[in-house]
Ligand binder design. Structure first.
Ligand code: NDP
Ligand code: 2IT
Length: 449
């Protein structure tokens, strides 16, 4: 990158940081994207004339609301809820809801910004949004979670709709929470529409939605390896996280011949040198979904290593799937991965690698699948859930699996279209440019709105 381009990027970031002080995660996500886009639009005056980057870094709308609820002891509890409606140029706002005790607006702004490009990459008509609350579902009873979700939806309902904004799950929000929120939306509006995705199969949910993000992340890795004449067969894989995305990443990686040796959670990670098996994974699914326990119980059950308060990136592996949360892999972890022979990283989580970590990966020519491409399978099947709801029918597992595989392959192809460089494929650049073009061109077509 030449000096003039670098200085344009820095200048843009100065303005952004001034307008959004203290929002480090949002700055990080924007920096990653504009580092690809500013060089790309250098000779394309229309994007400058219409101030597309300035407009794309300003969410369309942010709503914040108080959520009051009563715990099992009768105490009144107060949380804060949000919805960031980032951009609806190519379709209604679409993106998950996150419940996490230290969630803040900067985090949701980064997630909604990323979602806009990710959703564009799927090829489906979806804009970008994200929401959530600083409510911590951990340690709460089912009834407490229900009362919280009902109160949250009582506020959120006026901002969403099947043609306006369609939320889904994310960290801390799974089938249970979506069901409670959908039930409350139905009660308030008396309309049975596909206003949320990730619903139960009995009430408009789609087959393969639960598996889609994890499966998609493995498919993306498979396509990156294939591009180099390689495959997943026999590869040793490390995975972080043990929630929805991690579980189905492990499942598909094993099906395609890889050996999965780690999973992690907020308390630490397990290192199972023999590798996970179908039965061990079933144990994890039940542990995390039903009992909501910690991975120490896995180590006790199967007699493997448990490393408290640590991340799995020091474990030697061929391929890695960060599938927990943002900034999970820092520069030192990235160096360790490369030093230990890792050849590919597919980001199941959103923005799990820091900017410095991505630099390390790219300098070492490791295959690096950025989140907006690698984890787009989940929202893609959400998009297909919306389609099925509109048509009032349900597609089969085979049909949906086939569509997921095709969408992930198409995303990989789009990355190649814009990301081929002298030393290999720059998937970050490829994904950013391909995601940008569709949204930006729609914005230009609309004029100044
Ligand atoms: P879950 O809530 O099902 O699982 C999250 C996992 O990450 C859990 O194992 C959790 O640990 C761990 N975790 C959460 N916060 C931290 C933290 N601060 N430090 C260490 N570990 C943490 O969420 P998902 O699996 O749905 O989401 C995982 C990632 O994938 C997120 O980045 C999400 O945005 C992204 N994603 C999710 C999609 C989806 O369809 N669900 C789609 C695309 C991306 P513990 O078990 O202790 O709670
Ligand atoms: O980050 C994501 O893509 C998600 N949490 C899924 C969003 C969705 O609408 O299915």
């Amino acid at each position: 990158m030449n000096k003039a381009t670098k200085s344009q990027i820095n200048q843009f970031m100065e303005g952004l940081e001034r307008r959004n002080p203290g929002e480090a995660m949002f700055h990080q996500a924007v920096y990653e994207v504009i580092s690809s886009i500013i060089p790309y639009i250098q000779d394309k005056p229309e994007y400058h004339e219409y101030r597309i980057l300035e407009r794309l870094t300003e969410p369309d709308r942010i709503v914040s609301f108080r959520v009051c609820w009563e715990d099992d002891k009768g105490n009144v509890r107060v949380n804060r809820g949000y919805r960031v409606q980032h951009n609806n140029s190519i379709g209604p706002y679409k993106g998950g809801i996150r419940f996490h005790h230290d969630l803040n607006l900067a985090e949701l702004k980064f997630l909604a910004f990323e979602q806009t490009f990710k959703n564009s990459l799927t090829g489906l008509p979806m804009g970008g949004g994200k929401g959530g609350s600083d409510f911590n579902p951990k340690g709460k009873s089912d009834r407490e979670v229900m009362r919280f979700c009902q109160s949250f939806m009582t506020q959120l309902t006026r901002h969403i709709g099947p043609h306006t904004d369609i939320p889904a799950g994310d960290i801390g929000v799974g089938a249970r929470e979506i069901s409670y929120m959908f039930g409350q939306h139905l009660r308030l509006n008396n309309q049975f529409t596909g206003v949320l995705t990730g619903k139960g199969l009995a009430f408009g949910g789609s087959l393969v939605r639960t598996e889609a993000t994890g499966y998609g992340s493995v498919y993306f890795m498979e396509d990156m390896l294939k591009q180099q004449g390689n495959s997943l067969d026999g590869k040793v894989a490390t995975i972080s996280g043990s929630g929805n995305v991690a579980q189905f990443t492990a499942e598909k990686a094993m099906q395609l011949g890889a050996k999965v040796v780690t999973l992690s959670d907020r308390s630490g990670f397990i290192y199972d040198k023999e590798g996970l098996s179908h039965d061990k994974l079933e144990f994890v699914k039940s542990l995390k979904t039903n009992k909501r326990g910690t991975l120490k119980e896995y180590a006790d059950e199967f007699g493997c290593e448990f490393h408290a308060d640590a991340k799995p990136w020091k474990v030697p592996c061929d391929i890695a799937f960060p599938s927990a949360t943002q900034n999970d892999i820092d520069e030192d972890s990235a160096k360790l991965l490369v030093k230990n022979g890792c050849i590919g990283v597919s980001e199941g989580a959103n923005m799990p690698s820091t900017i410095a970590a991505i630099d390390v990966f790219q300098q070492s020519n490791l295959l690096f699948g950025p989140s907006k491409a690698a984890n787009a399978g989940g929202v893609a099947i959400s998009g297909l859930e919306m389609t099925q709801n509109s048509m009032r029918l349900s597609w089969s597992v085979d049909e949906l699996n086939e569509r997921l595989r095709t969408i992930m392959r198409d995303i990989h192809d789009k990355c190649l279209e814009h990301g081929i460089e002298k030393n290999g494929v720059n998937y970050v650049k490829g994904a950013n440019i391909a995601g940008f073009i569709k949204v930006a061109n729609a914005m230009i077509a609309y004029g100044i709105v």
